[in-house]
Design a protein around this ligand. Structure first.
Ligand SMILES: [Fe+2]
Length: 290
């Protein structure tokens, strides 16, 4: 079984780097770490970077996950190849771009591009955000799924994820004690469906709500609280239709709780996404059944 230690980064293509950069810094509040070969790298915590915007197809998304060491990476590549997945070894240039010692890349059954990386770089510099959004770090992604049961079986059976809860057919998956690091949403396309950053408190969620409204950013869900993870959330729309989320207070399932933990089934209705009554203006949340 492949053992994903944590989610590490997202890489997002865009046709308008200037607008995307403005959004990443002035709206989300990320720190610009560097501009390299036209791509813009953003920090949200102690890691070298957790998000990249590059000039390219706005549908070109990659999510990076960390593995323990080189042996785990080679075993993962072999296991995926055996199952018929096309696994690409990362070139020297691509490793340098990603600031990782080594990586391989493949597409999950829906076609989502996944990097498996080892020894991704941390930064010795303190994270210095562009604005006081209260961000404590990049934490999870929503991922599109064209066949939710198939993709749940792949993520759990091959990549070692565990189901924390389901809303309709949408599985919220953990790879460490955090309730979810990946959520699979039934839809008809591939790609990253939303990008989550954790903030320090509910005050940051509400400050964000007022600030985003003042800036004219489209709020698509919240403020609210997820009955699944217990997190207080706010979702808003960024460049190229990408959904961004701030949330705080996510539940954990500790190693000693794993044996007794049972995923809960929630119906595919708005109250399964928000216990306060907020209604999502997000297609994948309005219809979580496959
Ligand atoms: Fe989320």
């Amino acid at each position: 079984m492949i053992d994903l230690l944590d989610i590490r980064y997202v890489r997002l293509g865009t046709r308008d780097l200037v607008a995307a950069d403005h959004f990443a810094r002035e709206v989300v509040g990320l720190e610009l770490a560097r501009v390299d070969a036209g791509a813009r790298y953003y920090r949200s915590d102690d890691r070298d970077h957790t998000m990249v915007y590059f000039e390219g197809d706005p549908g070109d998304h990659t999510a990076g996950f960390e593995l323990r060491d080189g042996a785990a990476l080679q075993a993962a590549a072999a296991a995926l190849s055996e199952r018929g997945f096309q696994v690409q070894q990362g070139s020297a240039d691509a490793r340098e771009q990603r600031r990782v010692h080594d990586f391989v890349s493949f597409r999950d059954p829906t076609g989502n591009r996944i990097d498996l990386v080892v020894r991704p770089q941390h930064s010795g510099r303190r994270h210095f955000p562009s604005r006081d959004a209260g961000i404590t770090g990049f934490s999870h992604i929503g991922l599109c799924s064209t066949d939710a049961p198939r993709d749940e079986a792949f993520w759990c059976g091959v990549l070692g994820a565990r189901v924390s809860d389901r809303i309709g057919d949408a599985a919220l998956l953990r790879i460490d004690p955090v309730h979810h690091k990946v959520a699979l949403f039934p839809t008809t396309r591939s790609g990253i469906q939303h990008v989550n950053h954790q903030v320090a408190s509910i005050d940051d969620v509400m400050r964000g709500w007022y600030l985003l409204r003042e800036k004219g950013v489209k709020i698509v869900f919240g403020p609210g609280r997820h009955p699944t993870s217990g997190a207080v959330f706010l979702y808003f729309e960024g460049p190229d239709g990408m959904i961004f989320e701030y949330s705080t207070g996510v539940r954990t399932i500790l190693p000693e709780q794993e044996a007794d933990y049972r995923p809960r089934q929630f119906p595919a209705v708005p109250s399964s996404f928000c216990m306060w009554g907020s209604l999502p203006d997000i297609p994948e949340f309005r219809k979580a059944d496959a």
